[in-house]
Design a protein around this ligand. Structure first.
Ligand code: FAD
Length: 203
């Protein structure tokens, strides 16, 4: 069975942003070397696929969500330490040494840390002891979120990001929460507050 440092369920903006932020630390610090990240995504269900963006800082007006999602996926894959697999996760079991994730076609994956970034339409992953409640920021009723501590942590090694975390359903909020979760995971590994910043080369 393949083993990952972090498994992210959901490859929308929140999940991809979390993975990209994590991956950007690799090979820079002792605590980040040789880390492996997996995104499992049930393709075709991200809300971004339905959007045209006219109000996201830094993203050109009229950007088609489908094109942007493809670009972000390709950006993630450029890092080399992120794998993206297609599949619908139906079960996640927490054991002493991490999480075992199962897809509806029977594949299993093991991860030390689990991030749920599954959007707010439903939450149907069995086996996780999480509280699923009415989404506090959804524009329409009937949307869900997983309860967390207010900082995207459900409990040790289990995080949520994006719409399933009750963020406002805006692209920037989704990617922001994904990056925040990544920084919190890296800070745990490093034992101090961590961010990953770059400067133009030669400056
Ligand atoms: C019509 C429309 C227009 C919009 N316009 C704008 C706009 O103009 N500006 C703006 O800022 N925002 C806009 N948005 C909002 C933006 O698209 C969302 O905020 C953003 O997509 C949320 O990201 P997310 O990663 O939390 O969830 P999603 O994008 O919904 O991604 C969740 C991912 O998880 C996957 N998943 C779910 N369950 C499982 C499972 N069990 N196993 C594996 N994978 C799973 C889904 O397939 C999906 O890919 C719009 C949304 C819609 C619907």
């Amino acid at each position: 069975m393949n083993k990952y440092d972090v498994i992210i369920v959901g490859g929308g903006p929140a999940g991809l942003s979390c993975a990209i932020t994590l991956a950007s630390a690799n090979d820079r610090f002792d605590w980040s070397k040789n880390r492996k990240y997996l995104i499992i995504d049930n393709y075709g269900a991200s809300d971004l696929l339905k959007a045209e963006l006219n109000n996201v800082a830094g993203i050109p007006k009229g950007t088609i969500g489908r094109d942007l999602l493809e670009d972000i996926k390709n950006q993630a894959l450029e890092f080399g330490n992120i794998e993206i697999k297609e599949g619908r996760v139906i079960e996640a079991k927490e054991e002493d040494n991490g999480f075992t994730i199962k897809t509806e076609t029977g594949e299993t994956y093991k991860g030390d840390i689990l991030v749920l970034a599954t959007g707010f339409h439903e939450f149907s992953i069995e086996g996780l002891n999480v509280e699923v409640v009415e989404n506090i920021r959804a524009p329409r009723p009937g949307k869900v979120m997983v309860k967390h501590d207010g900082n995207f942590k459900v409990r040790e090694n289990l995080f949520v990001a994006g719409n399933i975390a009750g963020c406002s359903t805006m692209f920037a909020a989704a990617i922001g929460s994904g990056a925040q979760v990544a920084c919190d995971i890296m800070s745990k590994w490093a034992g101090k507050n961590v961010v990953i910043h770059d400067v133009p080369s030669g400056k």
